[in-house]
Ligand binder design. Sequence first.
Ligand SMILES: Cc1cc2nc3c(=O)[nH]c(=O)nc-3n(C[C@H](O)[C@H](O)[C@H](O)COP(=O)(O)OP(=O)(O)OC[C@H]3O[C@@H](n4cnc5c(N)ncnc54)[C@H](O)[C@@H]3O)c2cc1C
Length: 376
Amino acid sequence: MTLSVTIVGAGVAGLTAACALAHRGAQVRVLERAGALREVGAGLQISPNAARVIEALGLWSRFEAISLPSERVELRDMGGGLVAGLDLARFRPNDRFRLVHRARLVEMLETSAREAGVKIELGHDIREIPEDSDLVVGADGVKSRIRPLLNGFEAPFFTGQTAWRTLIRDESPSDHAAQIFMGPGRHVVSYRLAGGMRNIVAVMERPDWHDEGWSHPGDPNELRSNFSRFGGPVPDWLSRVEEVGLWGLFRHPVAEHWYRADGTGPAVVLIGDAAHPTLPFMAQGAVMAIEDAWVLAACLESQPDLTTALAHFENLRRPRCRRIVQAANGNARNYHLRGPARAVAHGGLRVLSRLAPGHLIERFAWIYDYDPTTAA
Ligand SMILES: Cc1cc2nc3c(=O)[nH]c(=O)nc-3n(C[C@H](O)[C@H](O)[C@H](O)COP(=O)(O)OP(=O)(O)OC[C@H]3O[C@@H](n4cnc5c(N)ncnc54)[C@H](O)[C@@H]3O)c2cc1C
């Protein structure tokens, strides 16, 4: 591939695309607004659909070293009682579900991109399309500056949900479960990460959130008081929180137009959150970004005509991302049920989990069985 490509944004989407394109011979530079690739974010659950890309990039052993396996997902009520267990190790033994800190994943991708000859330039706040490449990839996240150039300006809307994210030390013997504690209007997700850390995300409906900010330092006491009715291990975990970040969860609809290739300048394409920001409740935002990156590179390699390649990319990706975003919206409702609806749903899940324990996972087989490395 002889393309010269400029990628805007050095997040998971941009750096994965940089690796995939550079491995195919493209000349790639990444322009990132931040002055340093800092410790942004917290834990990520990475499912097998993205693991296939990490392996195809030749990064599996490095990824294993920075992540932990995820063997089970446990849905629990707010008191800590088990509602349903998704036994990943038992029902999908050949699949790789992993848990990783976002910063470790970004570091790994950055190192690999540089090794492949990618130039990463920090401190560039891009407001217009850089004109000196064949292709510009907008991987600049939910507040993308590239997206409005293809779709017109639309302010991201507040989803009614806020999330506290924090890490605590946790040296307890290995426990490879992601646990979700579901209460009315709120839930807590937690799992261990490599390096003796535990990731905690506490999500709460906040229709009254007026602050336009995206991410703030939060108050650990406010976190504790909003989740004081939760039981099981949650009170102990929250008692150990010293610092916490608070995010308003904003999003856009999945973009109508993912690319432009009209000959008036470089071709432009969107990937990752810039194209399809999602609520985090299917744990697929970074995963979709990784899928996009590989499929884009594969489309560009298999189809020499840029317009045809980008149209093919959009056709492959838009329906799938839309469906995943809808599934995440559905989980937001299901996790936060109140009153009788909650009792009925939890009762149904308990029975299903006992009688047909594999079924709960297989409902999402369409997500996990997808292989981006053969999709294009
Ligand atoms: C609470 C929570 C939990 C989550 N859990 C999971 C999970 O378990 N699994 C999962 O797969 N996903 C999860 N996600 C989603 C995931 O974090 C995002 O979907 C993913 O990081 C998107 O990657 P991206 O590269 O598209 O965007 P980003 O990570 O936002 O990266 C965009 C990059 O572009 C840069 N940039 C922005 N504007 C400009 C500009 N003008 N010029 C230059 N650079 C610019 C930014 O600085 C940034 O580095 C979670 C999200 C949240 C909020």
